[in-house]
Design a protein around this ligand. Structure first.
Ligand code: MD3
Ligand code: FE
Length: 240
């Protein structure tokens, strides 16, 4: 088992471990330390907040289950006629869809014929607090795309460019099985970096990185205590 720990915290803990035990003041100090979420800057305008959502995982499973009862996961068709291996649904005022006619946001779920389920307050608050922690205060998402990955599911390199307001950031919350995230550049041919995203990790990107190419490598099999052999990703956008 590995423990998430920033280098500074690891150094501090190693230094303290050399003290003799039984030092009351030292023990109080150690037990008061918070397991601060590590912040990893991917580039100037993209940040990974490791385990930012770790305390909210069970509430998030329950919310996803409720949403998918009203708006089930489906494998959408790309404009080129391919069926996506990622299962998708949405909540919020608009939902991202694709079919033979193209990629776009729709206020009505084309499968059920009724509006997408509302965005739960817990989703909205998580997205806004992550954006703020990453340096984007005042983020008000109106759309949340919910992606379902099962072993073998992948998402090929693409850019998120169907949103009207490209000055707003995007916030992504990873749940369940770990996945390798492909973080490319502004050109499709830039070789992507491979970044492991685990349950509770949150990624925020905007500004000059808002339109970088990105994707997800095929999901390996596994067993997550809350999500089983699945990975779910929430992406919060300002679409309208
Ligand atoms: C983009 N989803 O739904 S989000 C998508 O894990 C999508 O389901 C992926 O791409 C998923 O459109 C990835 C995470 C992410 C993280 C960092 C990025 C996307 C990024 C940095 C720059 C651009
Ligand atoms: Fe994307």
């Amino acid at each position: 088992m590995s423990i998430t720990c920033s280098p500074v915290r690891a150094r501090t803990l190693r230094r303290y471990a050399q003290f003799r035990s039984g030092d009351r003041a030292l023990e109080d100090l150690l037990s008061s330390l918070e397991p601060a979420p590590a912040v990893e800057q991917l580039s100037g305008a993209a940040v990974v907040l490791r385990r930012f959502a770790r305390d909210k995982l069970s509430a998030l499973v329950a919310a996803v289950n409720e949403i998918t009862t009203g708006a089930p996961f489906r494998n959408m068709i790309t404009p080129g006629g391919f069926r996506m291996s990622v299962g998708m649904t949405n909540c919020g005022r608009a939902g991202w869809v694709t079919d033979r006619k193209g990629y776009r946001y729709e206020p009505i779920d084309p499968i059920t014929g009724v509006p997408w389920p509302p965005m739960p307050d817990a989703f909205r608050h998580l997205a806004a607090s992550a954006a703020e922690a990453a340096g984007y205060p005042g983020f008000e998402p109106d759309a949340c795309l919910i992606n379902l990955y099962e072993p073998g599911t992948r998402l090929s390199l693409h850019r998120d460019e169907n949103e009207l307001d490209l000055t707003a950031p995007i916030v992504s919350v990873s749940l369940g099985l770990p996945a390798v995230f492909l973080f490319g550049g502004n050109s499709r041919s830039d070789r992507p970096r491979r970044i492991l995203l685990e349950s509770g990790d949150v990624v925020v990107w905007g500004g000059p990185d808002r339109l970088v190419y990105h994707g997800v490598a095929p999901l390996p099999d596994g067993d997550d205590p809350l999500f089983g052999n699945r990975r779910i990703n929430l992406t919060f956008r300002k679409a309208l």
